[in-house]
Design a protein. Sequence first.
Length: 136
Amino acid sequence: MAAGKAEARVATGLVDQWRDILSVHARTMCELDRALHRHGLGASDFEVLDVLAEGTAEDGTSGFRVQEIAGQVHLSQSALSRLIGRLEKDGLVERGMCSEDRRGVRVCLTPKGRDLHTEVRPVQRAVLSRMLESDD
């Protein structure tokens, strides 16, 4: 009986911890969306721009395959495709065929996208700092 109660307390603690994580995530995403809205972006939009601006593709070329981006931004393939379509329509990214795989699509920042990322990056980092740094 005592073992069962101990397991229940551990499980309750894990559930409480999980809910705290979800709460921090939800509050942070709302703050990011609010702060980025005045720049015409949402949190996921910025995340894609940030991945494109900060990294290099696995094969060392400019731009990323959509699958590489999906692995970093935690969106479904269809949601990411729609988001990239909006960013492309706004002139922030370009899509092109992969030279090594004609079925693949490579996404690159445009100069306009790079400029917007540079402008907005400090805003996003300030929100993350405010929301995620502990008050030690």
